[in-house]
Design a protein around this ligand. Structure first.
Ligand code: GDP
Length: 248
């Protein structure tokens, strides 16, 4: 039987946002193994997909909402932001305008998330993974990698990747890292070692009983390699340099 919701220790809602036609739907399709489509017809987002990741020996589920179709009317509302725990913010490296509109997106995320938390007494940071998509279109590039990286640092996005929904470059990694950060913020007790590589992503089809027991085994392994809080700073830096290196 494939892994399902009941195998997961936590489930998190994440949104994929950005300008029209930057490739939000294409990224989600690539993540869940759907075929890439060249068609230029703007997509209307199909609600959400679910994807299971193993973060540090714990199975967690991301419920990934596609906002494609609504962004044209700036109609991603408080309702959609409600309960959101992570964001993948996408621009198109072949379209400078989609990059220059990122500040709008970041402030609207901050505004909506802050308001949707109002009155709940607790405010957690919302991890944003910034993705410069369509990096396969080398000749049409309008936004240099370093610009994306600098913006990610300035606006405190947790990580930055250049992705291609066409070739699959860094698509898994982007969502994996989001799964890692969301778990770190909302369920730190699930984190055992904070090792940046202790993270996997599963296809619904490839999961078996054997895999399930392997996960259990990893989860019950002694915590001897847990990284001390002091060392975690180094780990974060390592993550930064890792993601920085991804697009080179
Ligand atoms: P959305 O409106 O942000 O959801 O964008 P779509 O996913 O509908 O993609 C818009 C167009 O860009 C489509 O024609 C896709 O085929 C194309 N596209 C999306 N991602 C990529 C990519 O990584 N590389 C290339 N070459 N084209 C892409």
């Amino acid at each position: 039987m494939p892994l399902g919701e009941k195998d997961c220790l936590a489930s998190y809602k994440v949104l994929v946002v950005g300008e029209t036609s930057v490739g939000k739907t294409a990224l989600i399709n690539n993540l869940v193994g759907r075929e890439f489509r060249e068609s230029m017809v703007p997509t209307i987002g199909v609600d959400f997909v679910k994807k299971i990741f193993e973060v540090d020996g714990a199975l967690i589920q991301l419920v990934i909402w596609d906002t494609a179709g609504q962004e044209r009317f700036r109609s991603i509302t408080k309702y959609q932001y409600r309960g959101v725990q992570g964001i993948v913010l996408v621009y198109d490296v072949t379209n400078f305008e989609s990059f220059s509109h990122l500040t709008y997106w970041i402030s609207s995320i901050q505004y909506e998330v802050a308001h949707s938390h109002c009155g709940r007494g607790r405010y957690e940071p919302i991890p944003i993974i910034l993705c410069g998509n369509k990096c396969d279109m080398v000749e049409k590039r309008q936004v240099k990698s370093c610009k994306g990286y600098k913006l990610a640092e300035k606006e405190m996005a947790f990580e930055f990747f250049e992705t291609s929904a066409k070739t699959g470059t860094n698509v898994f990694q982007s969502f994996q890292r989001l799964a890692f950060h969301v778990t770190d913020i909302h369920n730190p007790k699930l984190m055992k070692s904070y090792h940046p590589y202790m993270i996997r992503c599963y296809d619904d089809t490839e999961t078996t009983e054997e895999l399930r027991s392997q996960v259990k085994l990893r989860r019950s392994a002694p915590k001897k390699d847990k990284i001390a809080p002091k060392e975690r700073g180094k780990c974060v830096k390592l993550k930064r340099s890792l993601c920085c290196g991804c697009f080179r």
